[in-house]
Write a protein that binds this ligand. Structure first.
Ligand code: 5GP
Ligand code: MN
Length: 330
């Protein structure tokens, strides 16, 4: 059988069995799914006696530092050393890693984001997975590795965070079947949720306060616009890392259906995080600005005067809401 035939997961199993030295990576500014997927994969490879190194551009969010193995992640812009295979998770293209040199190895691409470019030597893409962690769970099983407490914890962390604590569309019966198996393998869901959501420092809460006080609402009353820059973060005693999760809060208001969150990067450059409820496709909005993501959670990087960017992006989100209304009334 050649590398190009058979189901991707079977080809990945073969590719892993026949190699020894692995480097794992995921996107810059990693989230719970990138951390959980990488660590679950790393523990499974260790169990098979493989050599594994995880290289990420940025540190894991503060609360996630407490999960097993996270302290062993190498933070670097470039891979040092030679590896037989690079397993890239959660990335629509290789550049999303922010790490150079990964393409020197045989590349295995595992992702659940619509719009994955198929950059790997093996590409396993499944947009029906609520988290990349679901795919890693299947792979761990296919490799015949027992579900250890560490692997199960990281799979559960990936699913808990990437479903927005079981809020987003994309959750399937399978999501709960996997969670059930992780609990049977010893995961304590209360402990994981406490560690992820209830172990912040005060600067983060103060920063949430100042950013949310300055929140604006668009003319339709359904879109929340939030903004942060370094001065606001400093004044509150927090950092940009502390804004993780903030984008979801305006959605807790009943009439708010979408959120546009601007983070100033430098001068006229902004990271934009987009969120929506239900059938409003803000993934398409992010894509039209050169970014990507899912129907309900997406992002992009944009440049220009903030007032223009705000108008252009909010208009597109308003149109995405109108499109949803049109679809639902026909
Ligand atoms: P966040 O707003 O949390 O940064 O990102 C939300 C979702 O959109 C994530 O699943 C992330 O992978 C995706 N995303 C965010 N920014 C970008 C981007 O610039 N390009 C692509 N392709 N996806 C993005
Ligand atoms: Mn994900």
């Amino acid at each position: 059988m050649t590398q190009n035939s058979g189901a991707p997961i079977d080809r990945i199993v073969d590719a892993i069995r026949s190699r020894q030295r692995f480097v794992l990576s995921s996107h810059s500014r990693p989230d719970g799914d990138s951390i959980g997927s990488q660590l679950a994969m790393a523990y499974a490879l260790h169990a098979l006696g493989k050599d594994v190194s995880i290289v990420n551009k940025d540190r894991a969010p503060g609360p996630m530092q407490q999960f097993p193995g996270v302290d062993g992640i190498v933070i670097a812009d470039e891979v040092a050393g030679e590896f037989e295979a690079a397993i890239i998770m959660e990335c629509s293209d290789l550049a999303r890693t922010g790490v150079k040199g990964l393409d020197r190895s045989f590349v295995i691409n595992i992702d659940h984001h619509p719009g994955n470019t198929g950059f790997g030597d093996i590409n396993w893409f499944d947009s029906s997975a609520s988290a990349c962690g679901e795919m890693v769970f299947d792979l761990v099983r296919a490799l015949g590795v027992p579900m250890s407490g560490e692997i199960a914890t990281h799979v559960y962390l990936a699913i808990l965070t990437d479903t927005g604590s079981f809020h987003y569309s994309g959750i399937t019966p399978r999501t709960f079947e996997i969670c059930k198996e992780t609990l049977e393998a010893g995961v304590d869901p209360v402990q994981v949720a406490r560690t992820v959501y209830d172990s912040n420092h005060m600067g983060r809460l103060k920063l949430f306060g100042s950013v949310l006080s300055a929140m604006q609402i668009d003319r339709t009353g359904h879109i929340a616009i939030v903004y942060v820059d370094y001065a606001m973060a400093r004044a509150a005693g927090g950092t940009y890392e502390d804004t993780e999760g903030l984008v979801n809060l305006p959605l807790t208001v009943k009439e708010i259906e979408a959120v546009v969150f601007f983070k100033q990067e430098k001068d006229d450059e902004y990271r934009v995080s987009l969120r929506s409820k239900g059938e409003i496709d803000i993934g398409a909005v992010a894509k039209s600005f050169g970014g990507g993501g899912h129907k309900n959670a997406a992002g992009c990087t944009v440049r220009g005067p903030i007032e223009d960017l705000r108008r252009e992006i909010v208009e597109k989100v308003e149109r995405a809401i109108e499109d949803r209304d049109t679809r639902e009334s026909t």
